[in-house]
Design a protein. Sequence first.
Length: 236
Amino acid sequence: MALRFAPRWYFILLTAAAVPGFIALGIWQWQRGEHRREVWQQFAHSDVEAIDANAASLARLPPFTRVRVSGQFDTVRQILLDNISHDGQPGYEVLAVLRLADGSGLLVNRGWIAFTGYRDRLPDVAFNSAGTTTVTGRLSTLPVPGIASGRQAPASSGSWPRLTSFPGQADIEAALGEKLLPAVLLLDAGPGPGYLRAWQAPGISPDRNFSYAFQWWLFALLALGLFAGLNLKRSK
């Protein structure tokens, strides 16, 4: 008995739809990985001499530029970013406003502090900062949530610090009652009014996107294999 290829019409339609779709999803994941790799490379090469910056230049500088800025900290109205973990331990990132010479407010991420074990007892993040302070760090943005993480804006009233989970810039501005510069300064490790500052490039590793791309392309090959195998018939 010989084998003959006799595909049914619905197998043809299903395969014609599935294979290009899997290939397109693989290309999309690969492009995401390429973009993320560029971002990670920018982050990795940002350990250069800090440049002096002010409110005007901060709005023009690219992400991860290392800058030096001077101003006066608002040591009272601080924000705790919830659901931020480090080495598997839950905790917060601490945001404070640095008031620049022209009155503009720049959010400064002071680093990560461990969860105290009580939701109704927020950690004490008070610090002293009299007069003008000069700090260095790299420009970034607010963290974005993962798939399982939710957003919660900080309260518009109440005591400080205020708790929030993956807020947008507008949420922070509403809680503070003022407009802020668009960047967030990741405070350099070492001396300074901060906590753990082991900064990492944002988002998942680009290798994961490349892995997803290969998986989608494998699905395309599998679909072709099934199409061929299921439509081979024995003829007498």
